[in-house]
Design a binder for this molecule. Structure first.
Ligand code: GLC
Ligand code: CA
Length: 562
């Protein structure tokens, strides 16, 4: 395998709006990020990925881009963008930006022209988007072209009176989908990509990558996802960008694609397939979804945690990728609840479970992404009013739940457990007002627990969650040849309480044993050769064939290869 710089870097995902506010207007910004780069470097981070920084009306916090060539005034300007890049260079750090290819904002110039038949350039830009005429129902009334459901809950089609057509949007109605079959649009996108490359970025996280192609026969379907997800042609678009831009400029690309099949995973990240470098997959993110309330479905539903699902999802990725590509590990991002609330325990075992989660994940092979605030064990929000939420998705889905017969309490509970806003509250830096994020009232309420959970509180405590992350993140790079490039074998993969594996490296093996439950468990290691393993990190328990682990206990052993 040819080694690349991005295999031995730890990535940190920054949700710009909520990371650090440098000018005290309540919104995180680019200079705020620059101020904190040395903190990130100090915990073992060498690469940052920032969420969309482009000009946007912020219907979906920047994933709705109004102008790809300018920086949102919420976040700064082109000068502050350059300053961030410079600061990163000084610290020998890399910067990835989000690249939104699937849609624009409905306020983007292209869409404004596309929907206006009187505009002289209408014809050209109309075809940058996806349009269909309405249908007639039995009573002759006009209805939408299909019943497809958007990822944010409502219909995927909205009406444009001026052209008497519907436009397609698989996310919010303010995010019309682009037509990737249009060569002019594609070329305009390439220019945009080149523009940011020239400004010195080191790579892209490619948003919603598997949705670029649509089924142009527009068959009806409910919800109809198969007509706008993972259609074969989207690989061609990615490959074209990879060959012309991503690879010649030696960029790191993280492609976002849920539910990829084996063949697809290999296409995305195969060293010889020229698409992405790393794949953001989601199998491990929803190991506790499940039907409990008829009105609360899909990712909003919640049942017992299936630890086996987490292990099996990662195991599957490792097997599928094999030696033909490289793996990516992460707990969660800005679209999922906080991992300590989700898979850990925020009551009696907050600190213990957060450290256990860090140990289980970050001794596995692959490139790692840490999500902002994860390193201090930030938790889900505990809002008791729907109006505290900010995410565009929340309101449609909340109403859907009520319309389907959920009680207000149950619907609110589902939102509290699952909402993307859980991961989007301001970063908790210290115990001063708003957790030190901003002196002004933040755009979204700070988590009530900022006085106890914050960076400053944990900085000088050798055993804090923060210092656990610091040790692990640095160590995984220092011993990359054995950890990052290791080969993992899960132990007792069908066991629903424990998380155990051996990561076999070049000259050392690591054995990790962890308890995912809030009660004591027994683990049998009788089928594992334990010879040579010595205690290395975590709770100090000596290694035996049968281990009794306390709630959320995690231990790491290591051995030198003979
Ligand atoms: C991706 C992003 C998500 C966004 C969506 C639409 O899934 O991670 O935050 O809402 O794409 O751009
Ligand atoms: Ca600001």
């Amino acid at each position: 395998m040819q080694k690349k710089w991005w295999m031995t870097t730890n990535i940190y995902q920054i949700y710009l709006r909520s990371f650090n506010d440098s000018n005290n207007d309540g919104i995180g910004d680019l200079l705020g990020v620059a101020e904190k780069l040395s903190y990130l470097k100090s915990i073992g981070i060498e690469t940052i990925w920032i969420s969309p920084h482009y000009d946007s009306p912020m219907d979906d916090n920047g994933y709705d881009v109004r102008d790809f060539y300018s920086v949102s005034s919420d976040y700064g300007d082109i000068k502050s963008f350059k300053q961030l890049i410079e600061k990163a260079r000084e610290l020998d750090m890399k910067v990835l930006v989000d690249l939104v290819l699937n849609h624009t904002s409905d306020e983007h110039e292209w869409f404004k022209i596309a929907k206006d038949p009187t505009h002289p350039l209408h014809h050209k830009y109309h075809d940058y988007y996806i349009w269909q005429k309405g249908k007639r129902d039995a009573d002759g009334l006009m209805i939408r072209p299909t019943r497809w459901i958007s990822w944010f809950g409502g219909p995927t089609w909205d009406y444009n009176e001026a052209t008497d057509e519907y436009y397609l949007h698989i996310f919010s109605k303010k995010m019309p989908d682009l037509n990737w079959r249009n060569e002019d649009m594609k070329n305009d996108m390439k220019k945009i990509i080149k523009y940011w490359i020239d400004l010195g970025i080191d790579g892209f996280r490619v948003d919603a990558a598997n949705h670029l192609e649509k089924n142009w026969d527009f068959p009806d379907g409910l919800p109809g996802y198969e007509n706008f997800s993972s259609l074969p042609k989207h690989h061609e678009y990615i490959k074209e960008l990879a060959l012309e831009l991503f690879e010649p400029y030696n960029l790191l690309t993280l492609g976002e694609s849920g539910g990829a099949t084996k063949e697809e995973v290999r296409k995305y990240v195969g060293f010889n397939s020229h698409e992405f470098n790393l794949l953001i997959h989601f199998g491990h993110c929803w190991a506790d979804t499940g039907y409990t309330e008829p009105a609360i479905t899909g990712k909003w539903s919640k049942t017992e945690l299936r630890v086996t699902d987490i292990k099996k999802s990662y195991d599957h990725q490792y097997q599928v990728v094999g030696n033909e590509g490289f793996n990516l590990i992460y707990w969660h991002n800005h679209d999922q609840p906080r991992v300590v609330s989700h898979y850990g325990n925020t009551e009696k075992y907050w600190e213990k479970s957060a450290k256990m989660l860090a140990m289980t994940l970050y001794f596995m092979p692959g490139t790692a992404i840490v999500y902002q605030g994860e390193e201090i064990g930030m938790t889900n929000v505990l809002y008791d009013d729907i109006s505290d939420f900010r995410d565009v998705e929340v309101f449609t889905e909340y109403n859907n739940m009520l319309n389907n017969g959920a009680t207000k309490e149950k619907a609110l509970q589902a939102i509290v457990d699952r909402s993307r806003d859980n991961a989007r509250t301001p970063m908790q830096w210290n115990s001063s007002i708003n957790g030190g994020f901003s002196k002004a009232e933040p755009w979204i309420k700070t988590n009530y627990n900022y006085k106890t959970i914050n960076v400053e509180n944990q900085e000088y405590d050798e055993n804090s969650i923060l210092n656990t992350y610091r040790f692990i993140l640095k160590h995984r790079i220092a011993d990359a040849k054995n950890i990052v490039f290791g080969k993992i074998e899960f132990i007792n993969i069908d066991d629903n309480e424990s998380y155990c594996y051996i990561n076999k490296g070049k000259d050392k093996d690591y054995l990790l044993i962890a308890n995912f439950r809030d009660y004591e468990i027994e683990i049998s290691l009788k089928d594992v050769s334990l010879r040579g393993f010595e205690y290395f990190y975590g709770d100090r328990v000596s290694l035996k064939e049968t281990m009794n682990l306390k709630p959320y206990e995690a231990i790491l052993y290591r051995r030198n290869k003979a």
